[in-house]
Structures are given as structure tokens and as C-alpha cells.
Design a binder for this molecule. Structure first.
Ligand code: LLP
Length: 422
């Protein structure tokens, strides 16, 4: 459930008409709903309310400071994967004790930044990383809590580009080598083993891969404890999928996911950490765009909009589907016709959807791309020198620009022409 609905014939974000935002900010623009973000975060909290837990929002999904502040104020922890994300979480007021640091290639500078600023735990992904982290921690006179990310070798049954828990993926250490690596970690100065970490992929629509992975994790937890490691925390990663199509069967709910967690790792007495990103932010955001015009092609019509692949790359990159809705509601029975919805960028890949049924759209009319709150604005670029897409946060009947659209002058001002060329 989200808070983007038709009211009085027009699509709204909560109580704000999207047309009002378009008038004030222009298009394209991302629009997020405070109520949906809050609701989705609370669903995860409720799903784990039977145990000690921390819901760490995966900052990569949506890293706007206002979004992080909203979730941080609700009590969220943060899962970060770079010094930049760490700085964002801190700037949004999230204390270091609620930040976990994941990622296969942390630099020594990033490690030092997080140790100095405060960190709940590093999720370590390799032996070279263990050695580097031990060195950095010692040089700062610190002992840092760690979990080792273990690759359970399960098939997450999702898009190949976002599956991470198979043995051929670059993530984590193979589960078969876990005992050896934990023994090594425990012997290194500056590190304190506190837990086990896993993340098997993103946009999972089936709970079975989770059940398999967490069952392996539970076995590993007992083995490692028998080896003398004080495993107190389990970081279960993120990845629970969202409905990208309103008319399709919905993926499992957080409460059902929480049940699988309980059944697999619930009786180990561990604190549970999870790292959802998409499930909290995805359906809490839309990309609002304007129709430039419709162009007749050979046997097909192209609806050309002012948003493009640089603003929302998911269709081009993962063949992802985003429902597209006209902001002005049509009367029931209005006949839709199939169109290709495309952006102005000079690539055939700049296609949002092929042959989707839409009512006839006027030039200048507004359209909304649903489910764009996660991996939307964060993956945007200025390709084709299109200024970075702005972001707006709605709360009830108010809206605020949380990242303004840069002017063309601001965009150009970032470049430098060296003296010898002037
Ligand atoms: N934790 C770790 C270690 C991750 O690598 C990820 C996502 C998450 C948590 C959050 O997963 P989520 O709950 O959002 O599924 N750009 C792609 C998605 C990439 C996901 C990468 N890792 C997309 O647009 O579909």
C-alpha cells in the first residue's frame, strides 16, 4: 500500500496534487511520500518485534538526507557501502552505533573515517579486508566489531545483475571456508567478532531462498559458537521484493518474511539486523514527467516524455517495469491504445516501456512512473547534459524540495578549462 492515489480526478501524493508540484518545481522530478516511507519502515519493525533487532535502511536505495533523517528519527539504523554514504547517514543525525558498513572494496580511508566517526559493525567480505581493517583499527587504537559476510550459495531467483548469494558472485566468503576465516579474524588484533552477515540478492519475490540461506546461517552460527566465537548478531541483509505491477500477485509481505526469520534463526538468542532498501523506499516514490509530444512511427506510436534513462535507468539496465499512469484520471471505459514510452536521450535503450496501454495523452500532460523511490534518483546522472533530476518530499498537504534542480550554469560551473586552452 502506498499514498499515491487519484482524488478529484487527479493523481495525488498524500494530499498534494502532483500537478501542483510540477507547477512549482517543473518536471522531471522525483516525489516521495513521508507516510509511505514511515509505513514501510514500521512494517519491518513489526515483523521483527518478537526479538531484539535493528532495521538498517540500505542507503544505496535512496540517499537523500531528508529521507535518511526521516527514517533515522523513526529509529532506523543505516547500511552504508561507501565513505559518502557513511557521511550522509551521519549528516542525517544517525549515530555511529546504528550504522553498519558493507561492501567488497572498502578503502583504508573509508575504514578510518567510520572508526573515527563511530560504527556499529563492519561487514567484512574477504581476508585482505580483514587484514587491512585490523591494521587501520590498531593504528587508531581501536577495536572494531565485525561480522563476516558469508556467501551461502543459494539461488535468489532474481535478475542476474542483482543476485549476490551464488558462489560465482563476488560477494562474501564461501560458506565452506567460514570456520577458517573466523579463526583468522579472531586471531587478528583490533577486531572483535560479533556476528555473521549475509545478503543474497535484491527484488526477491519468493521466501524459499531466504529460508535456505538462513537455515545455513543458523547451522554456521552453532558451529562457530562451538569453535569459541561469541556470535551475538545476525545481519540478514535486505532484498525483499516489491510489487512493480499493481495488477500482479504481490510478493511476500515483511510480516511473512519475519516469520521465516523466526523459524530459521529465531531461537539462537541473537540480535537480528536486516538491511531493506527497496521495500522501504521503492513504492514510496514516483518519477513525475511531462509529455513532450506523441510521434507516429512505423506501426507504433511513441510517447516522448521529458524524463529519460539518465533520470531513471532501471528499465534500460535491468529491463525493469515501472507502471506508468496519467496524472489526470480518465473516465472508466476510456479506450487505451498501446504506445512506446521513451525519453529524449539519443539511445534506443532510452525506452521506459514498449506497447503499454495508455489513453491518448495531450502534449504537456503529466505522467507518473510508479515504484521509483528506490534506485531511482540515486542512480541518476547528467548524461546528455541533462541537469540532475530534483527531489521533493510530501508530508500530508505540504511538500518541500529536498534536492533542487541545478541550473545549466551550475552544471557547467563544475567543469574547468585549463589555462593552456584559454
Ligand atoms: N544490503 C546489501 C549488502 C546490498 O548489497 C543491498 C542491495 C541491500 C542490502 C538492499 O537490498 P534491497 O532491500 O534494496 O533489495 N540497482 C538495483 C538494485 C541493486 C541492489 C544492490 N544491493 C535495482 O535498481 O534493482
Amino acid at each position: 500500500m502506498d499514498h499515491f492515489n487519484y482524488k478529484d480526478g487527479a493523481l495525488h501524493a498524500e494530499d498534494v496534487a502532483l500537478a501542483e508540484i510540477a507547477r512549482a518545481v517543473g518536471t522531471p522530478v522525483y516525489v516521495y511520500s513521508t507516510a509511505t516511507l514511515t509505513r514501510h519502515f514500521n512494517l519491518f519493525r513489526q515483523a521483527l518485534d518478537w526479538t531484539d533487532h535493528l532495521v538498517c535502511f540500505a542507503v544505496k536505495a535512496n540517499s537523500n538526507l531528508a529521507v535518511l533523517k526521516l527514517l533515522g528519527d523513526l529509529g532506523a539504523g543505516m547500511d552504508v557501502v561507501s565513505g559518502g554514504e557513511y557521511a550522509r547517514a551521519r549528516a542525517a543525525g544517525v549515530p555511529g552505533e546504528r550504522i553498519v558498513f558493507s561492501g567488497v572494496g572498502k578503502t583504508r580511508e573509508e575504514m578510518a573515517q567510520a572508526i573515527r566517526g563511530g560504527i556499529r559493525q563492519f561487514n567484512v567480505e574477504s581476508e585482505p579486508e580483514l587484514a587491512a581493517l585490523s591494521e587501520v583499527a590498531q593504528s587508531l587504537g581501536a577495536t572494531v566489531p565485525i561480522a563476516v559476510r558469508v556467501n551461502p550459495d543459494v539461488d535468489a531467483k532474481t535478475h542476474a545483475k542483482i543476485a549476490t548469494g551464488k558462489s560465482e558472485n563476488k560477494f562474501g566468503i564461501p560458506i565452506a571456508r567460514a570456520r577458517e576465516v573466523y579463526a583468522h579474524a579472531a586471531a587478528l588484533p583490533g577486531l572483535q567478532v560479533v556476528g555473521i552477515d549475509m545478503h543474497i540478492g535484491s527484488q526477491l519475490t519468493d521466501l524459499e531462498p531466504y529460508r535456505q540461506a538462513y537455515t545455513r546461517m543458523a547451522d554456521l552460527c552453532l558451529t562457530l559458537r562451538a569453535d569459541g566465537h561469541p556470535i551475538m548478531r545476525l545481519d540478514l541483509g535486505g532484498g525483499l521484493g516489491i510489487p512493480y505491477r499493481r495488477d500482479n500477485a504481490a510478493p511476500p509481505l515483511p510480516i511473512e518474511y519475519g516469520q521465516v526469520v523466526r523459524e530459521t534463526v529465531g531461537d539462537l538468542g541473537c540480535e537480528i539486523e536486516i538491511e531493506p532498501g527497496r521495500n522501504i523506499a521503492g513504492n514510496a516514490g514516483i518519477l513525475l514527467a511531462s509529455v513532450i509530444w506523441t510521434k507516429q512511427g512505423e506501426g507504433r506510436d511513441f510517447l516522448i516524455v521529458d524524463a529519460a534513462m539518465n533520470d531513471l535507468i532501471r528499465p534500460a539496465m535491468y529491463d525493469a517495469h515501472h507502471d506508468i499512469l496519467p496524472v489526470r484520471e480518465r473516465a472508466p471505459g476510456t479506450e487505451p491504445a498501446p504506445v512506446d514510452v521513451v525519453g529524449p536521450v539519443c539511445e534506443t535503450g532510452d525506452t521506459f516501456a514498449r506497447g503499454v496501454p495508455l489513453p491518448r495523452m495531450d502534449d504537456g500532460e503529466l505522467v507518473a512512473f510508479r515504484s521509483a523511490g528506490a534506485y531511482g534518483a540515486v542512480m541518476a546522472s547528467e548524461y546528455n547534459s541533462r541537469p540532475l533530476v530534483p527531489e521533493v518530499l510530501v508530508a500530508g498537504d505540504r511538500f518541500d524540495v529536498i534536492r533542487p534542480r541545478p541550473t545549466i550554469e551550475e552544471m557547467l560551473a563544475r567543469d574547468r578549462i585549463p589555462d593552456w586552452l584559454t
